[in-house]
Ligand binder design. Structure first.
Ligand code: ADP
Ligand code: MG
Length: 703
């Protein structure tokens, strides 16, 4: 019998929860913290001192020696700088561990080396971290010891956001304020706040760490830059939901325990479509907490994998030819008294508030499809979106039969009298129950699908932060709500005005609805006729951030200033160029130092064989053919390597910015592909014993 795991006891073990605060703080201080958590504002320094002490005492009891302001700079990952609780010893040499309110609420890391897109010159590098009390403090526990982590926002001396959390928090406030206006229109006087909730489904690959360490491409870039396909891919569909092998299962078990300790409600785990690919989904939480948690999920996955002799790959496209990894971002809006604005109820045709919300979401997604696309772009995701893989790069919304029917009725007649019902699914087996069918079916090819009581934005990359997509979603929906509320609040006859507005929004934005196959060629052509943007790459998406439309949107709701938008665009261009440059250098390194020498050795062996067979008086026909083929591919590889070296040298010498990023996309990337092609062919003919790295088969099937 295995040891009984007490999940209830483990859960939140490493979190300074609201419950702990209630228990450990004087009632007045707790009330103050609660108020700030729920309605914003500032904590008094006296209260902060009390909270800091309680937090430190708890952390020290649990073995903590250090604390850190944990933040999310524009690198897309999290940053931390540890400070011990130690203070100056007194004259007797005695030292007391301390942590003040000031240290809790504000930090000043010397953060000059984080990307800021020109917002900060290095000589005025001041950056501040500020406590975000809406995301609980937690303990990180590993070989480093125990560290108290305080989630913080990161801003410049002049108040510009330098991180991913600040705009997200701003967008959550914006959408809450505008959504409240909407529910008030329907006579709701009790809700005071609307929270954006997010439940991300995280996909990842696991490979053997020993093998991973033999692949420079995986080490430096997180994806394979060379690799011939294995004899088997995902065509048998035998991995998806397959029985979980014990080695992987034992990783998943430890991962769950670590996540539960951190208060992350890890819920679903399964094998995904590609060999060696898996998924984990926690239960949804407020967007801010969900984004923080997702960063932790990615970090803990990597850590636990290493302990199991595995390597977790979070790159969006670790292997060519099989599915890449994404992160489905399930999103909804719920009032503080529990009303989910995305819940249509049993008869959506009669639920006018829902129909208004739906019309606003459709308008928002149609108006700002370009921004949503941008929010889900990153370097690795370019290999998924639009590259014959889920989902396409064109944004469209899937509604399902029931809602589609309601929307069609509203558009054509202005009223929806009827509603398609789910009905009963007959199993046809007397011992099995008949099942009540959902009225909404599923469509896996849609990038933005309505799934019952939430929208599922499926474009986001597996390795990316969830902050940008959710900031964008909240912002665009806040704008649509605001415009609808402006109109409806001023209307004389609300019912009539609301009815007209819903019909108008649905009619004007119906082009964004698509219920068919999002992977098909026909859809690409159709979408073009509808005038929907098809932005094919990350660098082409950057400009959407600085259009007048985007500047107005983000400015109006105080989410990004124009300056912040330009700085983010700058960071994206730089990130792209730097990433592709690393990939190019890695390919050069691998080709020049290991692959080409190995192929050269192999041709030597073949040449010896040709000679000795001929000397034995037999014509070495096949050996000669093999030698010629290998030699030709070697020549092609050497030529392509030279070309890549040349273009990389030009790229790195350019000044940073848009032009450089496009150069990397349009010139360096094709040169990389030209080097990969002959080398992948060579991998298929060179003696396996002589090939200098594990193959796709070794990596994906021998875990
Ligand atoms: P799927 O069937 O799409 O694979 P999963 O159960 O794997 O679904 O994941 C669905 C995710 O959506 C979970 O994280 C779940 O908690 C989340 N979710 C469920 N309801 C909501 C909601 N109202 N708002 C946001 N996320 C939600
Ligand atoms: Mg899903």
């Amino acid at each position: 019998m295995s040891e009984v795991l007490n999940v209830e006891e483990i859960f939140n073990q490493n979190v300074f929860t609201v419950g702990l605060m209630k228990e450990r703080l004087p009632r007045k201080v707790f009330a103050e913290v609660k108020r700030v958590m729920e309605h914003g504002g500032e904590l008094s320094l006296e209260a902060a001192d009390v909270v800091a002490k309680a937090m430190k005492d708890w952390a020290v009891e649990r073995g903590a020696t250090h604390y850190t302001h944990w933040f999310q700079p524009l690198t897309g990952i999290t940053a931390e700088k540890h400070d011990a609780f130690v203070t100056l010893p007194d004259e007797d040499g005695k030292m007391l561990m301390e942590f003040s309110g000031k240290e809790l609420i504000k930090g000043e890391p010397d953060a000059s080396s984080f990307p800021s897109g020109g917002l900060r010159a290095t000589f005025e590098a001041r950056g501040y971290t500020a406590w975000d009390c809406t995301s609980p403090a937690f303990l990180k526990e590993d070989a480093t010891g125990v560290v108290l982590c305080i989630p913080t926002a990161f801003c410049s001396y002049t108040g510009e956001a330098l991180d991913k959390k600040t705009p997200l928090l701003r967008s959550m406030e914006a959408v809450s304020e505008q959504a409240i206006r909407i529910v008030r229109l329907f006579g709701n006087t009790t809700s005071t706040k609307v929270t954006a909730s997010v439940g991300p489904e995280q996909e990842y690959f696991l490979v053997d760490r020993e093998k991973y360490l033999q692949r420079k491409d995986l080490i430096y870039t997180g994806r394979t830059l060379f690799g011939a396909p294995a004899p088997k891919g995902q065509e048998m569909e035998d991995h998806y939901f397959g029985a979980i092998r014990e080695r992987i299962g034992s990783f998943m078990k430890d991962l769950n325990i670590e996540l539960w300790k951190l208060g992350i409600a890890a819920k679903t785990q399964h094998n995904e479509v590609a060999p060696a690919q898996h998924e984990l989904a926690p239960i949804f939480d407020s967007a801010n907490v969900a984004v923080d948690h997702n960063q932790l999920v990615m970090e803990v996955m990597k850590k636990v994998a290493t302990r199991h002799g595995l390597q977790c790959l979070l790159n969006e496209k670790p292997f060519a030819g099989v599915n890449g990894s994404g992160k489905h971002n399930n999103w909804s809006l719920t009032t503080d008294d529990g009303i989910n604005l995305m819940d249509p109820g049993d008869t959506p045709n009669e639920n006018i508030q829902f129909l208004l919300v739906l019309a606003c979401v459709l308008k928002a997604v149609d108006t700002h499809a370009d921004l949503l696309r941008q929010s889900a772009s990153d370097v690795g995701n370019d290999h998924r979106l639009g590259a014959n893989e889920a989902p396409p790069a064109i944004i469209s919304v899937f509604l399902g039969d029931q809602l589609q029917d309601v929307v069609s009725q509203l558009i054509s007649t202005g009223a929806a009298e009827t509603c398609v019902e789910g009905g009963v699914l007959e199993t046809g087996v007397s011992t099995l129950p008949d099942l009540v069918k959902d009225a909404t079916d599923r469509n896996r090819t849609s990038p933005f699908a309505f799934t019952g009581n939430k929208f599922e934005f499926r474009m986001v990359g597996s390795g990316d932060s969830l902050a940008s997509p959710n900031t964008t979603l909240n912002a665009i929906v806040a704008e649509a709500f605001c415009e609808a509320a402006d109109e409806l609040e001023a209307a004389e006859d609300f019912d009539l005005a609301c009815h007209d507005l819903i019909k108008r929004y649905l009619t004007e934005h119906q082009r964004i609805i698509f219920n068919g196959d999002g992977y098909s060629e026909e859809w690409v052509a159709k979408a073009e006729r509808r005038g929907l943007p098809n932005i094919k790459s990350m660098v082409e998406a950057v400009e959407t951030l600085t259009t007048d439309k985007a500047i107005d949107l983000f400015g109006k709701f105080h989410i990004f200033t124009e300056k912040e938008l330009y700085s983010r665009a700058e960071v994206l261009y730089e990130t792209y160029s730097k990433s592709i440059n690393i990939e190019a250098l890695t390919m050069i390194d691998m080709a020049a130092k290991s692959i080409i020498p190995a192929v050269s050795d192999y041709t030597g062996v073949l040449a010896d064989t040709v000679n000795s067979v001929a000397a034995a008086g037999v014509e070495p026909v096949s050996q000669k053919e093999m030698l010629i083929e290998a030699n030709d591919l070697l020549t092609e590889s050497v030529k392509a390597l030279k070309k890549l070296e040349e273009v990389q040298a030009v790229g790195i010498a350019m000044s940073e910015g848009k032009e450089q990023a496009f150069y990397y996309k349009d010139v360096v990337m094709p040169a990389m592909a030209a080097l990969r092609a002959p080398i992948d062919k060579l991998e298929m003919i060179v003696d396996k014993e002589m090939w200098p790295m594990p193959s796709y088969g070794d990596l994906m099937f021998e875990v």
